[in-house]
Design a protein around this ligand. Structure first.
Ligand SMILES: *Cc1c(COP(=O)(O)O)cnc(C)c1O
Length: 244
């Protein structure tokens, strides 16, 4: 692909990802357009986000709070009329809650009561000071294999955590997020997550969003009912931010 500009590359990659999503919906007997794309831009510069906005992407996933905070401002300067939605994916430390609530529309990686409480306090403070104008939406991250290093609450811990979040005035529980364990069969992993998501929905009807599927396993995730796939590498390539 020599001679291809970065915007051309992003357009080509996005078209492939959209085709994969459409094909997976068709194969699963699900309507076209029933699966959202979260563009995971955690490793790429603001210019790429601006290009993806031009190409019709609306939601972006970030995992490093400082990098993301800068990028949010840079994108706002590059595309002042656009309204990107910013989602936090991946581990979040409680001491970053105040910074995150300034720009995050949704945190997809909530796995403890302590983190939920820190976000709730930060949201209510930011509403008071005018740094934010709405509650914060959350997904609870479920761990499929219980490995504490990769984040996520176990299936047994899911119900109590959801119950706690339901009592937090600054937060709204939108649903469930999970990552298939490394080296594991995503089919079995996503089947177990989908069953947990159904239980969660039975207890909290507004918690209807299931966020599973990444570059390597989005087809399997869509077969298991994913509502939003979080795609990084397939969309932006192996490009990495360097000097930051
Ligand atoms: C990085 C990341 C993704 C995107 O993964 P790719 O394999 O690059 O598509 C999705 N979800 C989470 C939680 C991530 O950290």
């Amino acid at each position: 692909m020599s001679g291809e500009t970065r915007p051309e590359e992003l357009a080509r990659r996005l078209a492939v990802v959209r085709q994969r999503i459409d094909a997976a919906c068709a194969a699963a007997g699900r309507p076209q357009g029933s699966v959202d794309l979260l563009a995971v831009t955690k490793t790429v510069p603001a210019a790429d986000v601006a290009t993806l906005l031009d190409l019709g992407c609306v939601a972006f996933g970030e995992n490093r709070v400082q990098e993301a905070g800068r990028k949010v401002e840079e994108v706002a300067a590059l595309r002042p009329d656009a309204r990107p939605r910013w989602h936090v994916v991946g581990g979040l430390q409680r001491n970053k809650a105040r910074a995150v609530v300034r720009w995050a529309d949704r945190v997809e990686s909530v796995d403890s009561v302590r983190l939920a409480d820190a976000l709730d306090v930060a949201v209510r403070r930011a509403l008071d000071t005018g740094e934010r104008d709405g509650i914060l939406r959350l997904l609870v991250q479920m761990s499929v294999d219980g490995d504490p290093h990769r984040g996520g609450v176990t299936r047994d811990g899911l119900g109590p955590l959801a119950e706690h979040i339901a009592g937090c005035a600054g937060l709204q529980l939108d649903g469930l997020m999970a990552v298939a364990p490394l080296g594991a069969d995503p089919d079995a992993a996503f089947a177990s997550v989908a069953a947990a998501a159904e239980q969660l929905r039975a207890a909290h009807p507004q918690a209807r969003t299931l966020s599973i599927g990444m570059s390597g396993d989005l087809e399997v995730a869509i077969r298991h009912g994913s509502d939003v796939v979080r795609v990084g590498t397939a969309l932006v390539g192996e490009r990495r931010l360097t000097s930051r």
